[in-house]
Design a protein around this ligand. Structure first.
Ligand SMILES: *Cc1c(COP(=O)(O)O)cnc(C)c1O
Length: 389
């Protein structure tokens, strides 16, 4: 492994993981996806996205996702440009009728709540919050027509169940940000109306695209709001996206290589046994990392409650005498990259992506490298003995 940049410690090659990409998005792209792209590129790169080859890719994605998520009759796979962030605006235009409830428990869920709060045609949302490292329970409120959940809060590494809200108004929708969960955690489609995500996390593809799995009630809501006269710019319009997706088109030009990487990963996930198999790969990696952190004297899982701990994004907090930023910088110099905590989350921790594409053996190697690095950092600080680290 080529060492780039400055490191305060050195790690023997034998300890290094085969693949050092542990980011939470963009996340590891499997080499097989990339070589398939190189082999097949001439078939469609640089050709019209209105024609067969590219439409074939959108078709593979839509069919593959419907199978992967076992979507019931009437659910639709809709996609468009702009990533999950664009979908927050799309939801304020096309899904929230008047007032939503948001569960805000990290940077991503807070951002959707903030987008909603600043949307002039919607009422002040109900925002339920809790301390970082947990999730708030949704609770039924009269007049709330959309409940905004986040399956996996990528900033803190907290996972929550996707369930309808008992006692909610009959026509209230459940909108789930599944960006870092989709493809790595099972979910029951009957429990949501919209499950939206972008493909640069579990799907190991390029960002820039949003996907929404939509129930018939969600499709009807989107059409109703436009029919009732709400102004929705075409770019943010769900009816426009639904109509294009049904014909395997994207409203404006998508990244074709991104579509290809995405389609390859969906088919790989189906090939290994679908969402349950993907989740069990992640859980195996997670048990290595959390198990190690629980046993370590100078590290611990940041999410104290085991039931809230994400198997896909693990946050590990270090004792104050270990400088996580120096550790992360030194690991980066050894090709072990993207362990930084979320940039707005000022904790002394690392954040590790454990998406299905990541090999458990690489997570074991990561643990060995962290131990080795911390030992050397401790020595450098003049604490000669291992037991003082
Ligand atoms: C990454 C992420 C987003 C943002 O996705 P973009 O495609 O960059 O807009 C939103 N929500 C969650 C939960 C995420 O993990």
């Amino acid at each position: 492994m080529v060492v780039t940049g400055e490191s305060e410690f050195s790690i023997p090659d034998a300890l290094l993981p085969a693949d050092g990409r542990f980011g939470c998005g963009p996340a590891k792209v499997r080499p097989e996806q990339v070589s398939a792209l190189a082999r097949r590129a001439a078939d469609f790169l640089g050709t019209s996205c209105r024609r067969g080859a590219v439409r074939g890719l959108v078709g593979r994605i839509r069919t593959g996702l419907a199978e992967l998520f076992a979507l019931p009759e009437g659910y639709q796979v809709v996609l468009g440009n702009g990533g999950a962030t664009a979908f927050w605006n799309i939801a304020t235009y096309g899904l929230i009728r008047e007032r939503a409830q948001h569960l805000s428990f990290g940077e991503f869920s807070a951002r959707f709540a903030s987008v909603d709060r600043h949307t002039p045609w919607l009422a002040e949302p109900s925002v339920l919050e809790c301390a970082a490292g947990r999730y708030p329970e949704p609770r039924a409120e009269r007049g709330v027509d959309a409940y905004a959940l986040t399956h996996n809060e990528t900033s803190t590494g907290v996972v929550m169940p996707v369930r309808r809200v008992p006692g909610a108004d009959d026509d209230a929708l459940v909108l789930v940000d599944g960006t870092s969960a989709a493809g790595g955690l099972p979910v029951v489609p009957e429990e949501f109306d919209v499950y939206y995500f972008a493909p640069q996390k579990c799907f190991g593809a390029d960002g820039g695209l949003w996907v929404a799995l939509m129930s018939p009630a969600a499709v009807a809501r989107a059409e109703r709001l436009v029919a009732d006269g709400r102004y929705v710019p075409e770019f943010f319009s769900l009816p426009v996206a639904i109509e294009h997706s049904a014909r395997d088109l994207v409203f404006n030009t998508p990244s074709v290589s991104g579509l290809f990487l995405f389609a390859e990963q969906i088919e790989w996930l189906l090939g290994i046994g679908g969402l349950d198999a993907a989740a069990s790969r992640a859980r195996k990696s997670a048990s290595v990392l959390y198990g190690w952190a629980e046993a370590a004297r100078w590290a611990a899982p940041f999410v104290a409650e085991p039931g809230c701990r994400s198997p896909l994004v693990a946050t590990i907090e270090f004792a104050p005498h270990i400088d996580a930023a120096r550790l992360v910088a030194g690991l980066r110099a050894h090709g072990i990259v993207d362990l930084e905590p979320h940039r707005k989350f000022g904790h002394n921790q690392v954040r590790v992506g454990l998406f299905p594409a990541i090999e458990t053996a690489d997570v074991e190697a990561l643990v060995a490298c962290v131990e080795h690095a911390v030992e050397q950092l401790g020595r450098a600080a003049g604490r000669g003995r291992r037991s003082d680290v």
